[in-house]
Write a protein that binds this ligand. Structure first.
Ligand code: XMP
Length: 517
């Protein structure tokens, strides 16, 4: 049986990160809302309680009854999780004199405690809290302190309960992964047998069990998630899988042709649909970003469903949904900023079942699975690309000419990123692989004056964007080398008719977003 750790989410921004760290320890884990513990699941080997934006004594703070878990499974509370367990067992939690945020060092710790196995003196940890545990429940003991926080970590003497005030999951807690390993492996007994090879093997078996000899349809987007999903399904059920790839006319330059070719080389059974006339017709004159997104989402479902209906014996719809997509939709405090669109809305009369084999994976795990399946690197390392495509990168209304200009400028930029190599830890990597995502934006409602040869020009600027990120929830602008930027700017202005100025976007997310619309 696949062992798992359950992370109960009390709304902290770093809950996902806890999940990633546990997965890096080759241990499967699930993040669930704080009050949704799967009591009937025998494969759970330990529980982690996350941090929270609330104080334990806030009336609206998330509360949960842990009595059925305690004594049965080891529990580790992080920040709010630690405070909550202490507070609800008779300990004291009080506002700290000032918010403690940033680096601290564990000036003392109990070397014999299994949670601190292999820890070195003065280990740096990351604090982020407004409250502090000033007294522990009776029978619980302090196992680590910093200069200002006495109860930086504790353990119950009688139960397998630990709490840490700091955040072991963040990069700045230098031995944080060691601490999580001590908990997950030594205390909970993880066999550390969760790997991409074991994932492929188990998932192929599960897909066969789920869909049997039925036909499955899948919407491909050219992106990593749907492509890996298709190859995995192809391995499981071969030509019982039919893929549909819709061209809405706003993909990157030659992308439809190139990606179709890749899919054919991978042996996938793909139907390519050129629906660009319909999309561009419906978008004519539309400038509002949300309206654009809604129209594209609606048209996409229409086109996809029309194709899907032709496959009359289909019983399942497969989707490349990945774990963060689902966690975001489970998010207990989240708000919608942009209406994202992916394949959605099943044709009801087809009564298709849903098959989502990647739904437990983080993005980097999807990539590892892709490699495990032997997919070519350029497909696996592709940057994320939004469902509405270049529509959200052309500010203002969309025309075929504007798409042409943007595709040409973007093509110069992306090729240059792939060609420019930097040395990282002794290894040569391209700038493309160093950034999370790069894009070009056409400011089509702006024109400015320039001069080319002896001629005056009066044309559009493009903005280049490149960001570093781990999950697209937050992002920073990439510090691209000046010589690279100088060359790209020159190349774009010289080669792309319609552009006479190039800018670089230096906004981080938040407060900006990655896409401009
Ligand atoms: P934002 O602009 O919200 O983007 O910071 C975060 C990430 O999501 C991608 N994105 C989308 N992906 N459908 C998608 O599948 C969409 O409608 C969509 N809109 C934005 C964006 O490219 C970035 O990676």
């Amino acid at each position: 049986m696949q062992q798992k750790i359950i992370i109960l989410d009390f709304g902290s921004q770093t809950t996902q990160l806890i999940g990633r760290r546990i997965r890096e320890l080759n241990t499967f884990c699930e993040i669930l809302p704080y009050n949704k513990f799967p009591h009937e699941d025998p494969s759970v080997i330990g529980v982690i309680l996350s941090g929270s934006p609330y104080s334990v004594y806030d009336p609206e703070a998330f509360k949960v009854d842990l009595s059925k878990i305690r004594g049965r499974l080891p529990i580790l509370g992080i920040c709010y999780g630690a405070q909550y367990m202490s507070y609800t067992n008779g300990g004291k939690v009080e506002p700290a004199g000032s918010r403690e945020y940033g680096r601290a060092n564990l000036s003392t710790f109990d070397q014999s405690n299994p949670l601190f196995k292999n820890f070195t003196p003065n280990s740096q940890v990351w604090m982020s809290h407004g409250d502090t545990i000033t007294a522990l429940p009776q029978g619980w003991k302090t196992i680590a302190s910093t200069e200002t926080v006495t109860n930086a970590a504790y353990q119950s003497d009688t139960e397998k309960i630990w709490g840490v005030q700091f955040h072991p999951e963040v990069f700045h807690s230098v031995q944080g992964t060691q601490l999580l390993k001590n908990f997950v492996v030594d205390i909970c007994g993880s066999r550390q047998d969760w790997s991409s090879a074991s994932f492929v093997e188990t998932t192929v078996r599960e897909i066969r069990q789920q869909v049997g000899n039925d036909r499955v349809i899948l919407g491909l987007s050219g992106g990593v998630d749907s492509s890996v999903c298709a190859v995995l399904l192809n391995k499981a059920i071969g030509d019982h899988l039919t893929c549909i790839f819709v061209d809405h006319g706003m993909l990157r330059k030659n992308e439809f042709r190139d990606v179709m070719h890749d899919y054919e080389c991978l042996g996938l059974n793909v139907i390519g649909v050129d629906a660009s006339d319909k999309f561009l017709g419906d978008l004519a004159g539309i400038t509002d970003p949300e309206q654009k997104r809604k129209i594209i989402g609606r048209d996409f479902i229409e086109v996809f469903n029309a194709e899907a209906r032709k496959i009359t014996d289909a019983k399942w719809l497969a989707q490349g949904t990945i774990y963060p997509d689902r966690i975001e939709s489970l998010n207990i405090t989240g708000k919608v900023i942009k209406s994202h669109h992916n394949v959605g809305g099943l044709p009801k009369e087809m009564q298709l079942g849903l098959c989502e084999p990647l739904k437990w994976l983080f993005k980097d795990e999807v990539r590892r699975v892709g490699r495990q399946l032997g997919m070519p690197d350029h497909l696996i390392t592709r940057h994320p690309f939004p469902g509405p495509g270049l529509a959200v990168r052309i500010l203002g209304d969309i025309t075929r000419e504007k798409i042409r200009i943007l595709q040409d400028a973007d093509d110069v930029y992306i090729r240059a990123l792939r060609d420019y190599k930097v040395t990282l830890n002794g290894k040569e990597v391209s700038l493309y692989d160093q950034v999370w995502q790069a894009s070009t934006v056409l400011l089509s409602s702006v024109r400015s004056v320039g001069v080319m040869g002896d001629e005056r020009t009066y044309e559009h600027p493009v903005a280049l964007r490149a960001v570093t990120s781990t999950d697209a929830m937050t992002a920073d602008w990439a510090h691209l080398p000046y010589d690279f930027m100088a060359k790209v700017s020159n190349d774009i202005i010289n080669k792309v008719k319609g552009v006479n100025r190039v800018c670089y976007d230096i906004s981080s997310k938040p407060p900006a977003t990655i896409e401009w619309e």
